[in-house]
Design a binder for this molecule. Structure first.
Ligand code: ZN
Length: 188
């Protein structure tokens, strides 16, 4: 409602009313509200397992998905953490959306798949980037240490929107996401 949208079946679409706050303000407010939530019963989750915490929008209600982690002990004694994003928000007085749950690794794989695509890097590096600099950026990305990839993804992905009906995800990268990969900057 704040953004001028309405829930339409399983997705959110533009409504007939004007937005009263912009997207950036709305996102910042959601993050602040979520950070105040406390749940003493739950064990602390390892945020490193959730690259896109506070970035993924629930396809049904438009609120950010929460992180959820369960640890199972396997017969050989190893503990395995299962990580999910779920709609557990009660913000705005609305109940959480039942059944909205995505594996954290599945989402990350989807984003990494995008980063194997030439077109993604063309978008990230801008229209002035040559084919050669795009190829170089892709090669650099592939050989980056996992931890650096993780940090870059966390800093560069601003927003992820999932469309359940079409089984697509839309990713918003920060405007300077590609800058570190341009040869004149040479961060990597
Ligand atoms: Zn929801």
């Amino acid at each position: 409602m704040y953004l001028g949208r309405i829930a339409d079946g399983r997705n959110v679409r533009v409504g007939c009313h004007d937005a009263i706050v912009n997207q950036a303000t709305f996102d910042a407010t959601q993050r602040q509200l979520n950070s105040r939530r406390t749940n003493s019963r739950r064990r602390r989750v390892n945020h490193d397992n959730f690259t896109f915490r506070q970035k993924i929008v629930c396809p049904r209600c438009g609120r950010f998905l929460n992180t959820y982690q369960i640890t199972k002990r396997h017969s050989l004694g190893a503990e395995i953490a299962y990580c999910y994003y779920r709609c557990r928000s009660t913000a705005g007085g609305l109940p959480p959306c039942q059944g909205v749950q995505y594996g954290a690794w599945d989402i990350e794989e989807g984003i990494r798949f995008l980063l194997n695509e030439h077109e993604t890097w063309r978008t990230l590096l801008g229209p002035q980037a040559s084919d050669q600099s795009i190829r170089q950026a892709m090669d650099t990305w592939r050989v980056l240490l996992w931890q650096w990839q993780h940090t870059w993804l966390r800093n560069s992905v601003e927003r992820i929107e999932i469309n359940e009906d079409r089984s697509t995800i839309a990713v918003t990268f920060s405007s300077d996401a590609g800058a570190a990969f341009l040869p004149e900057n040479g961060c990597f």
